[in-house]
Design a protein around this ligand. Structure first.
Ligand SMILES: [Zn+2]
Ligand SMILES: [Zn+2]
Length: 166
């Protein structure tokens, strides 16, 4: 067990002190592999409060992270801050309180599945791929006329006989 790791605490020490408050900023690199892209994490800030109970130590913590993500519509980079609280109880049978996995899990869950650069994000043109927030193009997608609907219905009908039978 690495006693030097700032996220590992000796149970007896905290017990002796009657609790402990910890505030630290873990290096983003430590959590890089919890995300699909290694440079997702910009910064992390961690606050932990240990309090001594009868035969256990209670940890209450808060983790705040700044992340660079990609907009789900236009794919532009978006920097956002998310925070969440967590808690855990450690029985007096443990010699060390190892919070590494707990912090890691909390960090990975901070980020939502989808982010938007703005609620009004226009996304990208499906035809030419330009970012419609910055440029306009002459492509005609997104404008559905009665004629377009009729056209796609005809194609669907024509496809039917060729489809694989179940
Ligand atoms: Zn966007
Ligand atoms: Zn276009």
């Amino acid at each position: 067990m690495q006693e030097n790791d700032p996220l590992i605490f000796k149970y007896a020490d905290i017990l002796e002190e009657g609790g402990r408050s910890v505030e630290l900023s873990p290096a983003p690199a430590v959590y890089a592999d919890a995300f699909d892209q290694p440079d997702t994490v910009k910064s992390m800030h961690l606050e932990m409060e240990f309090s001594v109970g009868g035969d256990s130590i209670l940890l209450e913590g808060k983790l705040r992270g700044e992340f660079t993500l990609n907009c789900s519509r236009c794919d532009d980079p978006v920097t956002r801050t998310f925070e969440d609280s967590f808690d855990e109880v450690y029985p007096d049978t443990v010699e060390y309180i190892d919070t590494r996995e707990l912090i890691r899990e909390t960090a990975a869950l901070l980020v939502p599945m989808k982010v938007l650069c703005s609620e009004e994000c226009k996304g990208r043109c499906l035809v030419c791929g330009i970012n419609r927030n910055r440029q306009t193009c002459a492509c005609t997608t997104g404008r559905t006329t009665a004629f377009d609907v009729l056209g796609s219905l005809k194609i669907a009908d024509k496809d039917k006989p060729g489809k694989k039978k179940l």
